[in-house]
Design a protein around this ligand. Structure first.
Ligand code: URP
Ligand code: ZN
Length: 716
């Protein structure tokens, strides 16, 4: 054995000894019971002090306390920077309309709380090159050395060499240019940065704005190992989807510290909406549209409009998403509960029981299946909704499911906490379930593949914003945190508990999302040519989650006090070290918008074949030539008209049967070659009553979908 290969094998042996072999089922630590904060009711009193957002009447926000390793200087820069790129949403004419986004109970008109202003920051040492720099200088070269690379399908001990934001080499004994910066990853796992599929940064909602904006939210994401978020541009009813898209871009682009993509919501229906959906997919990098089945009177679509939007999604190769809850039932229940004097946060959970989520989940699956349109159910919060989805998946239907960190890490018992502030801090929709077995069940469904992705629905409101609903639970702004803690919570509850191995962890935190939203393997994989979005994960380190120490702007954390193994020691975004030994060095505006191309092969790969296989087929039979009753205007039988003897003497030569029916021994073709149905025009589409391969009723036609789809995939 050469000394080089001896060294290599010795090195690998050392690695084997140091890095635990993460095998499913061999978790060393059982999930711990939740320890809630230090106060009696579990919320952290100090956390509220520094994080309350400033109101319009206040001149200047209090400078937040610098976080671990984040210099005071950096914070000051953000406060003082003149000519910041941040666009104040309140200056737009759409601002007031956004403020009308309301609860199920109607429009909320309380005082509006403004989002915190964050200015563009000057670059820090690691960011002296512009994001686009491709000059190959030493600052753009990075070697992650000695770690174990984890992808969704394999683990290998390997170094990762990065240049200009792209992974250039993965392997051992790599040759790298001098001056390359080295990140020591011995004993660490080197994984694709997380993709949070569901966030709402600075969302205008229920009379206020989500307090974590595209700066604080994405900086917090990086701190926790997430290098890309997917947010939602949500137009109000009647508003242009394209305008909403541009508004969200103008909010996000100057502020994002990590990459982001957008889903666009369809909150009303018209032909114009359909055309705008097409424009968004063709010209603006949008490949998914979200429809709300809840939020009656504001964002909710009825079944007709859901069907129209599903049809259009299929036509343009986009993925339909739904928020699955029955908004009509919720409105009804909310009114009843308020009448009964139940005004507190428990009313939120009581008004939206599991079956209300499961019914909508099933209905959405049925409706999308009638169209043959791929469907993604967002934020699945309950076992029964997940099981409705699972049933449709087992029938071969084109449905995928996302759950969120909140549902995996905590439960709905908090709605019954005697502290109003604590209970309201957990209000989101669909709600957490008051069932302690839900988090582990959902985790198991992620492991077996019934659910595929994890987001957070990160949409944060401070205590004073939540207090808009202090006397009426329907006015509590819906939403919780998660973008910062998702990776750790899933690692703790999934991997440490022995429910999933690190490969599955990667699958559910990044790879599956990248595949579904058609950005794989640019994102969601450690491989040559992929974006250098990487988390160097320390599986041995632990931390205790708290609103006192988190990076998010919100003053509350639904995971308060939870001890989690798994810490993002280094985070690399676009090849830049943005978290170093746990310290965040984020730069607003350094993230990029990631266009998501339509016709994702992962979701559209079998649509055409499935439609062909399931195409309805006409049953060929001789026409009925017997008597036909005549109805009068009361629907009563009047008389029997018409001869029971067939009139087409060219074909029918035998008399009727003894009971007067058509003689089936008659021929349906003529010796001349003419057939009985020669005069009937062939139909352009056919429908199968009982297809053998699933039950989609997607009609085969020469629609734009097939023209575009075939053009795209011809020759594959
Ligand atoms: O509670 C939630 N989820 N708030 C954000 C709006 C939504 O429903 O996605
Ligand atoms: Zn949401």
């Amino acid at each position: 054995m050469s000394s080089g290969s001896r060294r290599a094998s010795q090195f690998l042996q050392e690695k084997e000894d140091e890095v635990p072999q993460w095998i499913p089922g061999l978790g060393t630590d059982k999930p711990r019971p939740r320890t809630l904060g230090t106060s009696f009711f579990g919320y952290v009193p100090d956390a509220f002090v520094e994080k309350t957002p400033f109101l319009p009447s206040e001149k200047k926000a209090t400078t937040p306390t610098p976080k671990n390793g984040e210099t005071k200087e950096a914070e000051d820069k953000s406060e003082e920077a003149p000519n910041g790129q941040y666009l104040d949403p309140s200056s737009s004419k759409e601002f007031q309309r956004d403020m009308d986004a309301s609860s199920d109970e109607g429009v909320v008109t309380e005082e509006v709380v403004m989002p915190q202003r964050v200015e563009r920051r000057a670059a820090e040492p690691w960011d002296t090159q512009s994001v686009d720099s491709t000059d190959g200088s030493a600052q753009n070269r990075l070697l992650i050395k000695g770690g174990r690379v984890v992808n969704d399908d394999m683990m290998q001990d390997a170094d990762v060499y990065i240049e200009d934001g792209i992974i250039k080499q993965v392997g051992t004994n790599l040759h790298t240019p001098g001056g390359t910066k080295v990140v020591e990853a011995k004993g660490h796992l080197v994984m694709p940065g997380g993709i949070d599929t569901h966030t709402h940064m600075q969302l205008p909602f229920m009379g206020t704005f989500a307090i974590d904006d595209f700066y604080t939210g994405t900086r917090a994401a990086l701190a926790g190992g997430t290098t890309m978020i997917m947010d939602f541009a949500i137009p109000q009813k009647g508003e242009s989807l394209v305008e909403a898209y541009h508004r969200w871009r103008s909010w996000a682009d100057p502020k994002v510290c990590c990459d982001y993509a957008l889903h666009v919501a369809v909150t009303w229906w018209s032909d114009k909406v359909g055309k705008e959906m097409e424009e968004l997919t063709e010209e603006h990098g949008i490949n998914s549209f979200k429809m709300f089945m809840a939020y009656k009177d504001t964002w909710q679509l009825d079944d007709h409009d859901l069907l129209e939007s599903f049809k259009q999604c299929k036509e343009i190769g986009a993925l339909a998403q739904v928020h699955a809850e029955n908004g009509d039932v919720i409105k009804e229940n909310s009114a009843k509960l308020l009448d009964m004097g139940i005004t507190g946060p428990e009313g939120h959970e009581l008004s939206r029981p599991e079956e209300v989520e499961a019914e909508a989940t099933n209905r959405a699956c049925v409706l999308s299946n009638q169209i043959g349109c791929p469907l993604y159910i967002c934020n699945i919060m309950s076992k029964s909704a997940a099981s409705a989805l699972g049933e449709h998946r087992r029938r071969g239907n084109l449905v995928w499911g996302e759950t969120i960190a909140a549902a995996l890490g905590t439960d709905g018992s908090h709605y019954y906490n005697p502290c109003w502030q604590h209970a309201a801090g957990h209000v989101l929709s669909p709600p957490l379930r008051n069932d302690s077995s839900t988090p582990s069940s959902l985790m198991e469904l992620l492991d077996v593949g019934d659910l595929q992705t994890t987001g957070t629905d990160n949409c944060t409101f401070t205590a004073s914003q939540k207090a808009l609903g202090k006397d009426n639970f329907t006015k509590i702004p819906n939403g919780v945190n998660g973008v910062e803690d998702r990776m750790s919570v899933i690692w703790e509850k999934g991997v440490v508990s022995g429910k999933m191995d690190p490969c599955k962890f990667v699958a559910v935190t990044s790879t599956n999302a990248a595949k579904i939203f058609n950005i794989y393997p640019k994102k969601g994989r450690i491989a040559v040519g992929s974006d250098a979005d990487i988390v160097v994960w320390n599986p041995h380190a632990t931390r205790i989650i708290s609103a006192k120490t988190h990076y998010q702007a919100v003053d509350f954390n639904i995971f308060e006090g939870m001890e989690v193994h798994g810490v993002a020691d280094y985070v690399i975004c676009h090849g830049r070290v943005v978290v170093e030994e746990g310290n965040v060095r984020a730069v607003s505006g350094m993230g990029k918008f990631v266009p998501t191309p339509n016709y994702s092969p992962y979701v559209y790969g079998r649509v055409q074949e499935r439609d062909i296989a399931n195409a309805p087929k006409k049953v060929e039979r001789a026409p009925y030539d017997g008597p036909v009753v005549q109805l009068n205007n009361q629907g009563l039988t009047q008389a029997v008209e018409g001869s029971i003897i067939p009139t087409n003497q060219e074909f029918y030569t035998r008399g009727p049967t003894r009971c007067g029916g058509l003689n089936l021994h008659d021929s349906s073709f003529h010796v001349s070659g003419r057939q009985i149905d020669d005069d009937i025009r062939p139909r352009t589409s056919i429908k199968l009553l009982s297809p053998c391969n699933g039950t989609s009723w997607g009609i085969i036609s020469n629609s734009k979908f097939y023209q575009t789809y075939n053009a795209k995939y011809d020759g594959l």
